[in-house]
Ligand binder design. Structure first.
Ligand code: B1M
Length: 208
């Protein structure tokens, strides 16, 4: 019988082979894909998120765990689709125009995937028009923007204006080293997070 605690532990350790094997065994035994996701993969990433938030682990451990989760998700995803399991929210995420930094944005994207969001990553140097066009085309309920340069932060405000002009109703959350809560409030963002772990809490509260 597949052990979902062992699956969560494999994610926490970043043990890709075990994560994939336990996922395959669970599915072969007829376990519900949603149960494998919630009690195995997401349970493991929740622990990673909490440890990261408490500075008990650092970026490399998060990336290793996220990779194990990604490998297992490749096995699980088609079964989730077949079972009609819906993600808890769908978002686009990108680094704003003129900015090529993506390590933090990727980390946030991975944590959100780990928490059960469908994440569409637009990459770096994303223009306000592209954010607006993708938000409309993909019918998302959340938009995430990252900026690492003081010179590119104004791109967040421009993007919010472009989203409003395009009639996009999705919530907007922002983050990145130079971004602050007061900046986020000033430009009219719905949410701000200082790090990837709290970004999950913010995203969940925005789509709730
Ligand atoms: Co650049 N860089 N860089 N850089 N770089 C910084 C940001 C800088 C602070 C270095 C410095 O001068 N001390 C400085 C910015 C100064 C400023 O504007 N205040 C700087 C500069 C000036 C530049 C260039 C202009 C340098 C030059 O060419 N003269 C140039 C700009 C290029 C461009 O973007 N157009 C440049 C280039 C680069 C590299 C390409 C070499 C490389 C990026 C590689 C890559 O990302 N693929 C790079 C790097 C690596 C850095 C530093 C060293 C590290 C950034 C990083 O990845 N941190 C950085 C200095 C530093 O921070 N020590 C620096 C780790 C990452 C996990 O943290 O991105 O903050 P962070 O993400 C966190 C949170 O902020 C938050 O969660 C993450 C995880 O906890 N978060 C969100 C991020 N996005 C979020 C979104 C959310 C919520 C939370 O919601 C959607």
């Amino acid at each position: 019988m597949a052990d979902l605690k062992a699956l969560a532990d494999a994610v926490i350790r970043g043990d890709q082979a075990t994560a994939v094997n336990v996922t395959k065994t669970a599915l072969k035994e007829g376990m519900a894909p949603k149960q494998v996701l919630d009690q195995g993969l997401i349970a493991g990433m929740d622990v990673i998120g909490a440890r990261f938030k408490n500075n008990e682990i650092y970026i490399p451990e998060v990336l290793i765990a996220a990779r194990a989760m990604k490998m297992a998700m490749e096995v699980l995803e088609p079964e989730l689709v077949k079972a009609g399991v819906k993600p808890i929210g769908r978002l686009i995420i990108g680094t704003v125009q003129g900015d090529l930094h993506d390590i933090g944005k990727n980390l946030v994207a991975m944590m959100l995937k780990g928490a059960g969001f469908e994440v569409i990553d637009l990459g770096v140097d994303v223009s306000p028009d592209k954010f607006a066009a993708e938000a409309k085309a993909r019918n998302v309920n959340l938009i995430g923007m990252s900026a690492l340069l003081t010179t590119t932060m104004p791109g967040m405000e421009k993007t919010i204006k472009a989203l409003q002009a395009a009639g996009v109703k999705a919530k907007v959350m922002v983050g990145g080293a130079p971004v602050t809560k007061s900046f986020a409030d000033r430009i009219g963002a719905d949410g701000y997070s200082p790090d990837a772990a709290s970004a999950v809490d913010t995203a969940k509260s925005l789509v709730a």
